[in-house]
Design a protein around this ligand. Sequence first.
Ligand code: PMP
Ligand code: GLN
Length: 388
Amino acid sequence: MNPVFADLPTTIFEVMSRLARETNAVNLGQGFPDDPGPEDVRRKAAEAVISGWNQYPPMMGLPELRAAIAAHYRKWQGLDLDADAETMVTSGATEALAGALMAILEPGDEVVLFQPMYDAYLPLVRRAGGVPRFVTLQPPDWRITEEALAAAFTPKTRAVLFNNPLNPAGVCHTRDELDLIARFCVKHDAIAICDEVWEHVVFDGREHLSMMALPGMRERTVKIGSAGKIFSMTGWKVGLVAAAPKLMRVLSKAHQFLTFTTPPNLQAAVAYALAKEDAYFHGLRAGLERSRDRFSNGLAQLGFRVLPSQGTYFVNIDIAPLGERDDAAFCQRLVREQGVAAIPVSAFYAQDAVNTVVRFCFAKKDATLDAALERLAAIAPAARPREV
Ligand code: PMP
Ligand code: GLN
């Protein structure tokens, strides 16, 4: 068996969701909203199942979806994409990530990864023969510095795998940080594989800036999005890929033997949805921002140290002030004793882990968030007797 997978534990998202079911806990672990998603988009998909085409769609994606991807990113991110030569539809962002790594890496190529990193990255890099080089980010700001990049990039660097906005940290990296990475990519002739699945989930008036829009990056960026995140239906595995033609030709070769296609009915609905009026996208952000505020303020009132959340479905707390040093053990107790499932952020590190940060998903109904806060009150600093 291949040790990359043979030695791998089950992903923390599955573990915590299963525990949440078993213990009847409020599940703020795995990131998914508890509303059903926009009804018009679901109707489009349903109509497409009943009356549409249910055979193989074209390998690169339905033409109307590829056109919608180009139009959407032109409008929202100022990118000029040729739908035919520069877009592709995959079965989720996960397939796009796996395919990009398979297409780009040769055994021994180095890949710069930023910890905390989404848990799929490292096994996929390793299985593609890549050698990870870590940049480790620290709370509460999780900032990327020139010194850290200088230590991670080497003459063997082939690619950077960069997630912005960053899950699990909930930060949006700044223009300066993107410029810095771009500068290193150009200098080392490296490709940036950019996981931008949270591009629409940004708060406080922020606008997402794609790495692809930076000077020198247009030809060396693989931009990856996910309809599941843009339309609050995480089970819809529809990945949106953009890359210059030279890169896309190779990405498509990996895609053709990974999944070849993605269900056509979901593609048709996503094509419709990407063209939705601005109000939908602003409403998505406003709704999630409200939930973020409700939950973050609730946590702060209970006395928890809350780290700022600028984007994604997630907010983190620092558990060090509670005297806790082991986020994984803390999360096990939290789900079993308090009935709240969360994610230990150490699961997103391969080495030098931060062990005192815990992630909560706030993309939930008010009642769900309030129920979680009620349960968390029992272990809150505000509820603890003061030391004398
Ligand atoms: N990358 C990141 C950073 C994510 O948070 C997620 C899902 N939450 C994915 C990739 C996977 O996206 P998809 O479900 O479209 O495969
Ligand atoms: N990306 C989601 C999260 O961060 C989970 C995805 C999954 O369960 N594979 O919670």
